[in-house]
Structures are given as structure tokens and as C-alpha cells.
Ligand binder design. Structure first.
Ligand code: NDP
Length: 396
């Protein structure tokens, strides 16, 4: 019996709201609030049970506080954009409500994300006796839980961790991003970074690549080394457990990279303002307005995603072990169930599960937590139950 306030009404929200509505035994009352009320109403109209909708500017703390006081949720699920994280955390602090999100804070004017801004809330959340769960999507999110699960069940020490995110789907568009284009392009065009023996090593954007053979008929795909936010918390938490190297890889098609290179070369991915016809515009935001809305890709996308962790280390019996745990998600099946493609599905389901574990007190505590801080077992069970089943392979 829990009340949930979901903020943001984009692609990820579409899935999270459907999944919370399906879990009516836990989420008895749902309020969906976002900047554009019509988007909330559109999602609400697809559901089999009534939910409340509201208009809120999540950058406006007093507005958020008013809504929270009025709805009285047990948990606030933030599936707006990373720019809103701190404002929503401030509103949760003021009202004493638990907080869950899927992406770490990013200042709007610098393409840079890290946990320091949200970790800085640790003492205030502790003092207030409330919990903030950070990064409850797939990556970050499930990938952190997979790593914690591997250590709990199969390894004495984890030495290397490779998180690999493959989207083998095809939407048939010349160029489109699978989630918010601005956030996606900022992430992809940033320098790569991986962690080895306690140090961060920087690489030029998308300059390190290799080919990996993916399971379930996906086959060989090129994967590119990138920095991804879960590396920050995982290296901090697992270095003391023997971790020596952690990397993140993602697939990109040659076509996606060709378009991105041209857009970058002509300055369309810049995030600093330029003057145009007496008006200031930010090229990347203008580009977002031109690109297909990720939500519109749902009915067009065919194929699968495969996201997982390859881990090497020492098993509990002292032998060397190599292990791969992953999920396969079908774009078409996701669309059939919740009218969204698999990228939103693989984020929206863990967002709901994280909120559920917090709302029901299965994951509890006071302070700011990353996913690997908690027992992975209940989360792993719920992944199987709510549509993201996982497979384990012992490679050695
Ligand atoms: P969308 O752009 O589709 O949706 C964002 C939503 O937030 C929109 O409805 C938007 O409103 C709303 N919003 C933006 N600013 C405000 C504001 N000031 N006040 C209220 N609402 C606001 O993004 P996605 O659904 O693709 O992504 C949602 C989040 O999920 C992002 O933080 C993204 O980084 C994260 N993510 C995490 C992943 C993971 O695996 N961990 C993977 C993919 C995404 P409007 O429609 O009016 O613009």
C-alpha cells in the first residue's frame, strides 16, 4: 500500500507509470506530474486504472513542495531530466519524502555528470531520516545490481568489470537517438574514461573500440569505450573488494557515428549559445527540436537490446572465474506491452522496482545510496517478475 509521485512524462516515464499501475498491490495511488500536463494525461489515458495528473515545473522547489504536501507520497520517482535532480531532492528534504532517480545530476551549462552534487546531500538526508536511491535505471541501475549480485553469489573478489550496452534495434530513421537527444549526444560526444589500478584514464571520444559477439542471435557488433556514471560509484565501492579495472562499452552503428561526426563538425552539438537573427540559441537544443521524438520511435523500432556485465575474478572456492550476466529485451515486445521501445522499457522497469523496494521498506535506511549499497537479491527477483529476466553464463 504505497503512494508514488512520478515526475516527468517522457519515454522512461511512459514505462514506469504503466509498470506502477500494473503493480496495483503495491502502488495504490499514483500521481504523474510534469511540465506539460497534456503529456501526463496522454499516458494516464492508456492505463486500465485511474491515476492523478498534475502540472509542475520541477525546477521550482516551492511548486514541488506544494504538490508533495498535497499528494503526500511515500516516494518521489524522478524521471524528468538530470538537470532537475537537485531541485527534486531539495523538495523531498523539505517535505521528508524518499527520493529515487535514474540519472545523476548534470549542470545544464557544462556537459559533465558526476555524483558529487548528490552525494553532498548525504548528511541532510540522514538527519531528516529519509532515503535517496540514485541511478535506478538499467545502466546505471541494473548493472550496479548485477555487479553486487555477482560478488554476493559467485565471486570472492572481482578483478575486472566490463559493462556492455548493445542496442541491436533498428528504427529505420536516418538519425535519431533512443532517449532524450540532448542528454544522449552530450554523453556520447564526451571524452571516454575508464578506471585502472585506482586511476582514471582518459581517451578521445569513441576512439577505443573492439568487436563483441552478442548472444540470442544478435551476433558480432562494434563496441566503443565510454565513460558512464555507474563507473564512479562502482569503483568507489568495489575497489576495496579487489577491483582493478572497470570499463563501460556501448554499440553504435556506423550510420549513427557518421551523422554524429558531421553534426559535431558543423557545430550542431555545441551547448554554448550562438547569436542567430538577434536571438541566442543553443545548437544542441535546436538540434533536439529537429530530431525525431524518441517516443515516436516506439512503433518503428525492431530488434533487441542486450545489456550486461562481464566480470573476471576469483570464485569463492579460489578458482579463477569469468562470468557474464545480461538481459535481452525486445523492442517489439516492449511496444506491445507499454507502447514504448526497449531503451525506455529497460530504464522504466528498474525505476519502478527501485521505487517499489523503497516504498515497501525492503531497501531502507537514511541517507544517499547507490544501487550496490543494498542487497541485490530482491531486485534480481523482481527483474524476472516485471519483464527484464536475466541470464548468467560461466565463461570459465
Ligand atoms: P524525455 O525527454 O523523454 O522526458 C523527460 C521528461 O521530463 C519530459 O516529459 C519533460 O517535460 C520533463 N521535464 C523536463 N524538464 C522538466 C521540468 N523542469 N519540470 C517538469 N518536468 C520536466 O527523457 P527520457 O524519458 O528519455 O529520460 C528520462 C530520464 O531517464 C533522464 O534523466 C535520462 O537521463 C534517464 N535515463 C536513464 C537511463 C538509465 O539506464 N539509467 C537510460 C535512459 C534514460 P516536457 O515533455 O514538457 O519537455
Amino acid at each position: 500500500m504505497a503512494r508514488i509521485l512520478i515526475i516527468g512524462a517522457g519515454g522512461v516515464s511512459q514505462v514506469a507509470v504503466h509498470k506502477c499501475a500494473q503493480a496495483s498491490d503495491v502502488f495504490t495511488d499514483i500521481c504523474l506530474a510534469s511540465r506539460t500536463l497534456s503529456k501526463c494525461d496522454k499516458i494516464a489515458a492508456q492505463l486500465k486504472r485511474p491515476i492523478r495528473t498534475a502540472k509542475v515545473d520541477a525546477d521550482n522547489v516551492p511548486q514541488l513542495v506544494k504538490l508533495i504536501k498535497d499528494f503526500r507520497p511515500d516516494v518521489v520517482l524522478n524521471v524528468a531530466l538530470p538537470y532537475q535532480d537537485l531541485h527534486i531532492m531539495d523538495a523531498c528534504l523539505e517535505t521528508g519524502v524518499n527520493y529515487v532517480d535514474t540519472a545523476n545530476y548534470e549542470p545544464p551549462d557544462v556537459a559533465h555528470f558526476e555524483y558529487k552534487w548528490q552525494w553532498a546531500y548525504q548528511e541532510r538526508f540522514k538527519k531528516k531520516g529519509i532515503l535517496a536511491l540514485l541511478g535506478s535505471g538499467f545502466d546505471p541501475g541494473v548493472t550496479n545490481v548485477y555487479t553486487a549480485w555477482a560478488l554476493k553469489k559467485h565471486f570472492d573478489t572481482i578483478e575486472t568489470l566490463d559493462i556492455i550496452d548493445a542496442n541491436a534495434g533498428d528504427h529505420g530513421q536516418p538519425f535519431a537517438t533512443n532517449f532524450n537527444p540532448e542528454i544522449n549526444i552530450r554523453e556520447v560526444t564526451a571524452k571516454g574514461r575508464y578506471w585502472e589500478k585506482g586511476k582514471w584514464i582518459e581517451t578521445d571520444p569513441l576512439s577505443v573500440k573492439k568487436t563483441m559477439d552478442f548472444p540470442d542471435g544478435i551476433g558480432p557488433k562494434k563496441i566503443y569505450l565510454m565513460f558512464h556514471e555507474e563507473l564512479e560509484s562502482l569503483t568507489k565501492n568495489f575497489a576495496k573488494k579487489g577491483l582493478k579495472r572497470a570499463r563501460f562499452w556501448m554499440t553504435f552503428s556506423d550510420n549513427y557515428l557518421k551523422h554524429l561526426e558531421v553534426l559535431q563538425n558543423v557545430g550542431m552539438t555545441r551547448i554554448n549559445p550562438v547569436k542567430y537573427n538577434g536571438q541566442e540559441i543553443i545548437p544542441l537544443q535546436f538540434l533536439k527540436a529537429l530530431l525525431p521524438d524518441p517516443a515516436s520511435l516506439g512503433p518503428l523500432t525492431k530488434g533487441k537490446t542486450c545489456i550486461g556485465c562481464k566480470i573476471k575474478g576469483t570464485a569463492k572456492d579460489g578458482r579463477k572465474r569469468e562470468y557474464y550476466v545480461y538481459n535481452i529485451c525486445s523492442h517489439e515486445e516492449s511496444y506491445k506491452e507499454v507502447q514504448s521501445q526497449a531503451i525506455s522499457y529497460t530504464t522504466g522497469v528498474p525505476a519502478m522496482i527501485g521505487a517499489m523496494l523503497v516504498a515497501t521498506g525492503v531497501w531502507k535506511g537514511a541517507g544517499v545510496f547507490n544501487m550496490e549499497d543494498f542487497d541485490p537479491e530482491p531486485f534480481m527477483k523482481k527483474l524476472n517478475k516485471y519483464g527484464l529476466p536475466w541470464t548468467e553464463v560461466f565463461l570459465k
